[in-house]
Write a protein that binds this ligand. Structure first.
Ligand code: ZN
Length: 295
């Protein structure tokens, strides 16, 4: 791909390139000292790895969206998935007050039961209208649900499995602990997914009329990039605390802090990149006008 002409664009894309390293970094750190990148079949590690694998798609997908000014607004919808990932991981990590003596292993099993239950409901009821349906998939889902059920009850838990309803109480609990941003962001992201934020791409022209934005400014994209990093990265920090060590978790936390303190991100977040892009485009268009005088 040729280098973009605008210096602001080069700076911003350099940041996105760097952000793309995070999932591989997390996986490398999580598998340090193990036989391979995907080693570790114990709970909660196996559950955390499955959550991470799915969230990695949402994370890298978010970065793809943030690369392009004309689709970046859609990140607000994808963010909800990343926040739910963060909430599930935070819950497995420390649970909620009132969860009693449950361990991370137990909580991972409660979530596995919820996942297997949802997969069965989706295959056997909710997706029936989709027509052609593989009986082997149904058999596998049924078997999986039976296996997980057995493991779960053997641990002494009588819950019906953890589902999406468990997410908001975790975010509210984080808020009470002073980690405020995930819940507010979850509300905004939910509103965006429910199509209740069309105003996001509408701009007041100041003369009683409005128009629709066709591109997202660097300033807006930088703010969202920071949240995408925090949601995925801080979930990663908790994963490392569970499957490696507090030191390993701290190293990843520092990587995230370093990223959000990066001068390039700050220059995007405070509007400098947008101004720089406008100035350079004006200069380029002035040069073109000089070189191609009107007849
Ligand atoms: Zn349970």
């Amino acid at each position: 791909m040729p280098l973009p002409i605008l210096r602001a664009e080069q700076t911003y894309l350099g940041l996105i390139d760097e952000a793309e390293r995070l999932p591989a970094l997390l996986r490398a750190m999580a598998s340090e000292g193990k036989d391979d990148m995907m080693a570790g079949d114990e709970l909660p590690e196996v559950t955390l790895r499955r959550l991470e694998a799915w969230a990695t798609h949402e994370y890298l997908g978010s970065l793809h969206l943030l690369r392009r000014a004309d689709v970046a607004f859609a990140v607000e919808v994808v963010l909800r998935g990343l926040l739910e990932f963060y909430a599930h991981v935070a819950w497995i990590h420390h649970g909620l007050p009132g969860d009693g003596t449950q361990s991370p292993r137990m909580r991972a099993l409660c979530l596995e039961l919820g996942i297997a239950t949802e997969a069965n409901a989706a295959l056997k009821k909710k997706l029936l209208g989709w027509g052609a349906f593989d009986k082997r998939a149904e058999a596998a889902a049924t078997q999986r649900l039976a296996d997980v059920n057995l493991l779960h009850s053997a641990e002494g838990c009588s819950c019906k499995g953890r589902n999406w309803r468990g997410v908001l109480p975790v975010l509210e609990n984080l808020r009470r602990q002073g980690i405020v941003w995930p819940q507010g962001l979850w509300v905004i992201s939910s509103a965006a997914a429910h199509q209740l934020l069309p105003g996001r791409v509408e701009v007041d022209l100041g003369d009683g009329t409005s128009d629709f934005l066709s591109i997202a400014a660097y300033q807006w994209r930088a703010a969202l990039l920071e949240y995408v990093i925090r949601a995925f990265g801080l979930a990663g920090v908790r994963i490392l605390d569970m499957v490696q060590s507090a030191e390993s978790a701290e190293r990843l936390r520092l990587w995230c802090e370093h990223f959000v303190a990066d001068e390039r991100l700050k220059s995007a977040a405070d509007g400098r990149l947008d101004r720089s892009a406008m100035e350079q485009m004006s200069a380029i268009s002035a040069t073109i006008r000089r070189g191609h005088p009107a007849p």
